[in-house]
Design a protein around this ligand. Structure first.
Ligand SMILES: *Cc1c(COP(=O)(O)O)cnc(C)c1O
Length: 375
């Protein structure tokens, strides 16, 4: 099975990690510090604060943004549940704005969803394709809102010539195994704000500071969200290869773009000039006549060794959300969910693999082209 995404671990990564395991220091230490400096310098920001997952990084960022009871965030339903879960964990309510056909939040719906309770806009760079950040920042500035960007798919992506992560107040990245590069589990927040950075460091480690000798003080609520030193060593080794990983995925994506352009039964999202994507996912969008047989198409592709997946079921359709907020339905998000299929695109694939995937996808989809929906 060729998975839709997977990690790529080399001997260099294994030796970097084992070196730390042989040392005296396992948890947050020199490797974490060095990793954070390297992330900050790669993205072009002042601070990077690592966490043991993007979920805990989101929780940290929302806490630092002072999200609490009665606050609202404006976010997208086309994401992994953690984006909005952690806001709920802080007592806030996620308000879902509809998306565009590229899977990113539709900036024209943001402003009209703002209320007196709105505190932050939380966009997600779906598949690694940056959101239209200038427009989002403009609305945020006008209404005095924070922008917290969940860029879990987008480490290394660029928007108008600068790295995703250098625009929002705080940006979250994930280093989970299948994300652009990995530390096993892991994540970080990047920011240019000294105060946010200081608070994020506190919150990931029990809210404690050392005073002198045995005297430490816990001044604010904190958790144990620290990254281990061996995870950071793996991250540093992986970070050296991020540009090659991204180039490899882009090579595969360009091949698919060429094979799939102007197809009668599905569409693809080509990238505009001002956006460079990690191509964390390669989504194809099935035309309406293929929505009914989508399950069959999915199973047929899996049976032929193509590890397709669907990203994402709109968050509000999860039963936890329905119980809390009742049923919701956003027009494009629903359509997106019915249409989307992520096909394999990762740095361990060869162009021959991509050719096999493209041939199989075309063969399977075209074999269902006649069926349509019968009611
Ligand atoms: C993967 C992912 C997360 C969660 O990341 P973890 O590191 O697994 O906690 C959050 N948001 C998005 C958009 C993701 O894709």
């Amino acid at each position: 099975m060729i998975p839709y995404s997977t990690q790529s671990i080399g001997e260099d990564d294994i030796s970097a990690l084992s070196e730390v395991l042989r040392s005296n220091y396992l948890t947050q230490g020199k490797e974490v510090e060095a990793f954070e400096e390297e992330i900050a310098s790669y993205i072009g920001v002042k601070h990077a604060i690592t966490f043991n997952s993007a979920t805990s990084a989101l929780h940290g960022a929302y806490n630092v943004a002072n999200l609490s009871n009665d606050d609202e965030i404006l976010t997208t339903p086309i994401s992994f549940v953690a984006t909005s879960n952690m806001a709920i964990e802080c007592g806030a309510k996620p308000i879902f704005c509809d998306v565009k056909l590229d899977g990113n939040i539709d900036e024209k719906f943001i402003e009209r969803a703002i209320t007196k309770k709105t505190k932050a806009i939380v966009p997600v760079d779906f598949s690694g394709r940056s959101v239209e950040m200038d427009k989002i920042l403009e609305v945020a500035k006008k209404h005095n809102l924070l922008v917290i960007n969940d860029a879990s798919h987008a480490f290394g992506s660029e928007y108008k010539g600068s790295k995703v992560g250098s625009h929002a107040d705080m940006t979250i990245f994930s280093f989970h195994a299948i994300k652009p590069f990995t530390t096993g589990e892991g994540g970080c927040v990047v920011t240019n704000d000294d105060n946010y950075a200081k608070q994020l460091r506190l919150i990931r480690s029990h809210g404690m500071t050392k005073k002198q000798h045995w005297n430490s003080d816990m001044d604010s609520m904190g958790y144990n969200y620290r990254m281990t030193d061996f995870a950071a060593a793996l991250g540093r080794s992986q970070l050296k290869k991020i540009d090659t990983f991204i180039e490899k995925r882009n090579e595969i994506a360009r091949y698919y773009d060429e094979r799939f352009k102007n197809h009668k039964l599905f569409t693809i999202n080509t990238l505009p000039e001002h956006i460079k994507s990690t191509r964390h996912l390669y989504p194809i969008m099935l035309n309406p006549e293929l929505h009914c047989p989508k399950e069959d198409i999915f199973v047929a592709l899996q049976e032929k060794g193509i590890g397709v997946q669907v990203h994402y079921k709109p968050i509000y359709k999860n039963s936890f959300y329905e119980k809390l907020y009742g049923r919701q339905s956003l027009f494009v998000s629903e359509d997106f969910y019915r249409s989307e299929l992520s096909i394999p695109c990762h740095q361990k694939m060869s162009l021959e693999d991509a050719e096999f995937v493209a041939n199989t996808v075309l063969e399977v989809i075209e074999s269902y082209g006649y069926r349509g929906c019968s009611f």
